[in-house]
Design a protein around this ligand. Structure first.
Ligand SMILES: Nc1ncnc2c1ncn2[C@@H]1O[C@H](COP(=O)(O)OP(=O)(O)OP(=O)(O)O)[C@@H](O)[C@H]1O
Ligand SMILES: [Mg+2]
Length: 316
């Protein structure tokens, strides 16, 4: 099995403050990989590190960052930009309002295709029309002539997905793509991601605070807490045998697949840790119902033989 993303031991800092650390992810070719965690846990920054889009002022280090076959740690700035533009479709957080509301769809959807793939505007519009049809618009020519403000949230998100598909990417990163949508529309948009994944065989990094949604749609997942991945593995394995107390609590709280508009990750008792705090020991120490004295000082990493289940915890 080839990998679309290999991220090893990522650390992201804002000055002395560690925002993300000890973070490793492998996304296999053709899979939907769910990255789940509460607000501020480091999901967006991790995704941005993969595609070389970290905000200015932040620094990072990693043992390995391979994105769609390219080593991001050795490529030049120019090479990285070109590679990402051609191979990754990115749907940033809050993109339901990402398209410029006052510019017609046809004048925004093909820009990246013209720029990165060296195509004409006409070729871009032909491709956009086909993709708008694919994402569910019966009359794509009409949609191309709409302004985004004339479309519903769900329709705009479909346009964003079509736009992300323009360059035939190997990976789509979708950061909370359904949070601002009503539940039926959320399901339709998520079903569309699944269809795209199955038909086009591309990998999807699905970032979500909704564990129920990730369970339903992803093949593998990673659970983030306070800037670290506390557990990861194949979705079936993690759900049938969750190891980390944080994952267990989340699973207990969200027993079934339900998605509601703007739903946040269910609350568990205690204050959320600040990222990077107590990194000598376990980041979940203060909230953990099973915490032991040793957890303040160190935390064990478990990787099984087949590398399909990882967790950071002192419990066996
Ligand atoms: N440019 C920045 N400078 C300093 N700190 C930042 C910056 N961007 C993010 N952070 C901090 O890094 C942490 C992780 O942020 P990130 O945006 O990755 O969280 P997230 O898991 O995506 O949260 P959400 O679910 O709210 O989108 C947060 O504590 C955030 O405040
Ligand atoms: Mg985010």
């Amino acid at each position: 099995m080839n990998e679309t993303v290999v991220l090893k031991d990522l650390q992201i800092n804002a000055g002395d403050n560690i925002l993300v650390n000890k973070t490793s992810i492998v996304i296999e070719e053709g899979e939907i990989f769910g990255l789940v965690g509460e607000s501020g846990s480091g999901k967006t920054l991790t995704a941005k590190a993969i595609i070389n889009l970290l905000p200015k002022g932040l620094s990072y280090s990693a043992d390995e960052i391979i994105t769609a076959g390219k080593n991001m740690l050795t490529a030049s700035a120019e090479e990285k930009k070109e590679h990402i533009g051609k191979n990754i479709g990115y749907i940033p957080q809050n993109t339901v309002f990402y398209l410029h509301p006052m510019i017609k769809i046809k004048n925004q959807i093909g820009d990246g295709y013209v720029y990165h793939m060296h195509k004409t505007k006409k070729e871009a519009l032909e491709k956009a029309e086909a993709l708008l049809y694919k994402v569910g618009f019966k009359y794509p020519k009409i949609v191309l002539n709409y302004y985004p403000w004339q479309l519903s949230g769900g329709m705009r998100q479909r346009c964003n997905i079509a736009m992300a598909l323009m360059n035939d990417p190997k990976l789509i990163i979708a950061d909370e793509p359904t949070t601002a949508l009503d539940s039926t529309v959320q399901r339709q948009v998520m079903d569309l991601f699944r269809t795209i994944n199955e038909e086009m065989k591309l990998s999807i990094l699905l970032i979500s605070h909704n564990l129920g949604l990730v369970k339903h749609y992803s093949h593998s997942l990673a659970v983030m807490y306070a800037g670290q991945i506390v557990e990861s593995g194949y979705t079936n394995t993690v759900f049938s045998n969750p190891k980390h107390p944080y994952t267990r609590l989340l699973i207990e709280i969200i027993p079934s697949f339900k998605i509601k508009k703007d739903e946040r990750l269910a609350e568990i008792p205690g204050l959320a840790a600040e990222n990077g705090r107590d990194i000598k020991g376990c980041v979940f120490f203060k909230r953990c119902p099973k915490a032991m004295d040793i957890c303040k000082e160190m935390v064990a990493e478990h990787i099984d033989d087949k590398h399909d289940h990882y967790y950071r915890c002192n419990l066996k």
